[in-house]
Design a protein around this ligand. Structure first.
Ligand code: NAD
Length: 276
C-alpha cells in the first residue's frame, strides 16, 4: 500500500524557519484582499491570518464586502502595492460577479505578488525568470522534494490547467526536467494518459475523479483537490481508498498540499519583505 506523503511536518518546518527569520526583524506584513461572503473562502483567509500571526508576520484582512465594484478592488490592490509598509499582497477568490481575478491581479506589484497571481509572474515563471510561483504549485514541488521524489527524466501528468495550479505547476515540473503532460476537462480517455505517469498530480476539483484505473503501480500521486463533503469536511480528487492499493505514494486531503501552501505564502511574504 502507498506511503502517505503528508505535508504537516514540512509545513511546520517551513513555518518555524520563517518565524525564526521574521523575528530578526523588520516584521513582514501581508495584506489579504477579500470581496466575498463565501464561507469556505473566509475560513481559508482566517487560517492564513492565524498562521501568519504564529510566524511573526502581520496580516491585514482588507474586507471590501461581496458587493465591491471591480474598480474598487483594483484601486485597493494598487494602493497596497504602493504602500511601503506592506510586503505581500494576496487577492482572495471568489470575487464579485463581473470581476476577473486575473485582470485585477495585474495591479499587484510583482515584487509583492506572493501568490503569483499577476499574469506577469506566470510569464516570468514560464520564461525561467525569478518570480513568485502560486503557493499551491510551489507546495506540490516542495512536497515532492520533501519526500525525495525523483523528477528528472520521469513522466509527470497534471490533471487541471488552471492559471493558479495546473499551468504554473507544468512549468515548475518542466524546469526540473520532468516530461510533462497536462490533462483537462476535454481530455479523452483520461485514465489512458494518467496511467502513464510516474508522478500524477490531481488538481481538477472533482471528488473521486482519480481511481485505481488511473494510476500506474508504484506511481506517486499528489492530490491538490479540496472538495467539501456533506459532513463539513474536505476530500480530494483522488479516491484514496482505491488508489492506496496501487500507488507507491499518496498525499492525503486534508494534511497534504494544503498546509504547505499556507506555509509557503508566509515564506514568500518574508522573502518579499527581505528584498524590499
Ligand atoms: P479550476 O476549477 O480553476 O480548474 C480545474 C481544472 O480541472 C480545469 O483546468 C479543468 O479543465 C480540469 N477538470 C475539471 N474536471 C475535469 C475532469 N473531469 N477531468 C479532467 N480535468 C478536469 O480549479 P483550481 O483553482 O485549479 O483548483 C483545483 C482544485 O484544487 C480545487 O479542488 C481547489 O479547491 C483545489 N485547490 C487547493 C489548494 C490547496 O492549497 N490545497 C489551492 C488551490 C486550489
Amino acid at each position: 500500500t502507498a506511503a502517505t506523503l503528508t505535508g504537516k511536518d514540512l509545513a511546520a518546518a517551513i513555518r518555524a524557519e520563517t518565524a525564526a527569520r521574521a523575528a530578526e526583524g523588520p516584521r513582514p506584513r501581508l495584506a489579504v484582499v477579500v470581496a466575498t461572503a463565501d464561507e469556505a473562502s473566509l475560513w481559508y483567509v482566517r487560517s492564513i491570518a492565524k498562521a501568519a500571526t504564529g510566524a511573526g508576520i502581520a496580516c491585514d484582512l482588507v474586507d471590501l464586502g461581496p458587493e465591491a465594484a471591480p474598480a474598487h478592488v483594483g484601486e485597493t490592490l494598487e494602493r497596497l502595492s504602493g504602500d511601503p509598509s506592506v510586503h505581500g499582497v494576496l487577492l482572495q477568490t471568489p470575487l464579485p460577479a463581473g470581476a476577473s481575478a486575473q485582470e485585477l491581479a495585474g495591479a499587484i506589484d510583482p515584487a509583492k505578488d506572493v501568490d503569483g497571481a499577476n499574469p506577469l509572474s506566470l510569464g516570468r515563471l514560464a520564461a525561467g525568470l525569478p518570480a513568485f510561483a502560486p503557493a499551491t504549485a510551489a507546495a506540490v514541488m516542495a512536497l515532492l522534494d520533501h519526500h525525495g521524489v525523483e523528477l528528472a527524466g520521469r513522466r509527470a501528468v497534471v490533471v487541471g490547467r488552471s492559471t493558479v495550479v495546473g499551468k504554473p505547476l507544468a512549468h515548475l515540473l518542466l524546469d526540473r526536467d520532468a516530461t510533462v503532460t497536462v490533462c483537462h476537462s476535454r481530455t479523452r480517455d483520461l485514465a489512458s494518459v494518467t496511467s502513464q505517469a510516474d508522478v500524477l498530480v490531481a488538481a481538477a476539483g472533482r471528488a473521486g475523479l482519480i481511481g485505481a484505473a488511473h494510476v500506474a503501480p508504484g506511481a506517486v500521486v499528489i492530490d491538490v483537490g479540496t472538495n467539501p463533503t456533506p459532513d463539513g469536511g474536505l476530500t480530494g480528487d483522488v479516491d484514496a481508498g482505491a488508489v492506496r492499493d496501487v500507488a507507491g505514494g499518496l498525499s492525503p486531503v486534508p494534511g497534504g498540499v494544503g498546509p504547505v501552501t499556507t506555509a509557503l505564502l508566509l515564506r514568500h511574504t518574508l522573502e518579499a519583505a527581505r528584498r524590499a
